[in-house]
Design a protein around this ligand. Structure first.
Ligand SMILES: C[S@@+](CC[C@H](N)C(=O)[O-])C[C@H]1O[C@@H](n2cnc3c(N)ncnc32)[C@H](O)[C@@H]1O
Length: 280
C-alpha cells in the first residue's frame, strides 16, 4: 500500500533539470502553455510542480506576449523542491504549497484547497509518480479542484503497448534505486493510453483528447550526470544501461539505441486535455 513518507526521493535528488533529461525543446513546452491559454483564465494550478519550472515558463510566456498573468498556485510534495520553486517564482507572485496532490492539502495541514478553485490544472511529467492503486484518486482530486468547465492539461509518457510500459518500469526501477530514490522506485506507474483515458472518464472528465504526440529522448549520460552520485556514476550508469539491454520489446521497436558508452531511449509521450463538465 502507498504510504506517505516524511522524506521524498525528490528531496534526495536536489537541483536537476527535468526537461533536459527528457530531451524536451521549447516548442513542446510552449504548446502546453498555449493549451493552458493563460490570457483567458484567472487561477492556474501547477500540480506536482517540482522546482516550479513550468510556472516560471508560464510567467515568462505572459511577459513575452504582454498578457496579464493568471494567479499561479504551485503544489509540490518534496520540501526541497518546494523551496526551489519559492525562489524561482519570487517575481511571479505564485503561491507555493508544500503539499500532496492526492489530498490537495499542505503537508503541514495549514492549507486545504477548496473544490472548484481553478480554471486550469497542469501537470508535466509527473502523473507516473503516483502508484497504480491511487491513479484514479489523482484524477478525481484534480477534478474536484477544477471549476466546472475547467480544463486539465497533462503532458506525460503514454504507451500503447503494455509490454513496452512494463519494460520501462523495470529500467526506471534500476535507475531510481541507484539514484537512492527508494519511494520513487516503489511507487512509479507508467501509463498506457487506455488506462489514462479510462481513469479520466471514471473521474468524470469529458472531451478527453490528444493535443500532441511527441517523444521523450532520454540520453543515459544526462541521466547519469543529473541523478547519480559522482563516486558511483560509472557503475550506476552501466547498471542503468544493462537494464535497457534487457528490454527486448523496446529494443525490437527501435526505442533503445546504444552508441559507444551511452544510450538513447525514445519513449512515447502525449499532451492530453480533459474538461470538467459545466453540469453533471
Ligand atoms: C518527475 S518530477 C517532475 C516535476 C515537474 N513537474 C517538472 O516537470 O519538472 C515529479 C514531481 O512530482 C512530485 N510528487 C510526487 N508525488 C507527489 C504528490 N503526491 N503530491 C505532489 N507532488 C508529488 C515529486 O516530488 C516531483 O517533484
Amino acid at each position: 500500500m502507498f504510504t506517505l513518507k516524511k522524506e521524498s526521493g525528490f528531496d534526495q535528488v536536489g537541483s536537476y533539470d527535468q526537461d533536459t533529461i527528457n530531451g524536451f525543446d521549447e516548442q513542446l513546452i510552449n504548446q502546453m502553455l498555449k493549451l493552458v491559454d493563460p490570457e483567458r483564465v484567472e487561477n492556474v494550478l501547477d500540480a506536482m510542480a517540482g522546482d516550479g519550472n513550468l510556472s516560471k515558463r508560464l510567467h515568462q510566456y505572459c511577459l513575452t506576449h504582454q498578457i496579464r498573468c493568471p494567479k499561479l498556485f504551485v503544489l509540490e510534495y518534496s520540501s526541497v523542491q518546494a523551496e526551489f520553486a519559492r525562489k524561482k517564482l519570487s517575481d511571479a507572485k505564485a503561491e507555493v504549497i508544500w503539499g500532496d496532490v492526492l489530498t490537495m492539502s499542505s503537508r503541514d495541514s495549514q492549507i486545504s484547497i477548496p473544490e472548484n478553485s481553478f480554471d486550469r490544472v497542469m501537470i508535466k511529467s509527473s502523473n507516473h509518480e503516483i502508484p497504480r492503486s491511487r491513479q484514479l484518486d489523482l484524477y478525481s482530486s484534480i477534478y474536484r479542484v477544477l471549476q466546472p468547465g475547467g480544463i486539465f492539461v497533462n503532458l506525460g509518457m503514454l504507451f500503447d503497448d503494455p509490454e513496452e510500459r512494463d519494460e520501462l518500469r523495470g529500467i526506471a526501477r534500476v535507475k531510481d534505486t541507484f539514484a537512492n530514490m527508494k519511494d520513487v522506485a516503489d511507487n512509479r506507474h507508467f501509463l498506457t493510453k487506455e488506462e489514462l483515458y479510462g481513469w479520466l472518464t471514471e473521474a468524470g472528465f469529458v472531451d478527453i483528447q490528444s493535443e500532441q504526440s511527441f517523444n521523450y529522448n532520454i540520453n543515459s549520460s544526462i541521466v547519469a550526470q543529473q541523478y547519480f552520485a559522482e563516486n558511483e556514476r560509472i557503475r550506476s550508469d552501466l547498471e542503468h544501461q544493462a537494464a535497457q539491454a534487457k528490454a527486448h520489446k523496446m529494443r525490437l521497436n527501435g526505442r533503445i539505441h546504444f552508441d559507444r558508452d551511452t544510450s538513447l531511449m525514445v519513449c512515447p509521450g502525449e499532451i492530453t486535455i480533459a474538461r470538467k463538465p459545466i453540469s453533471k
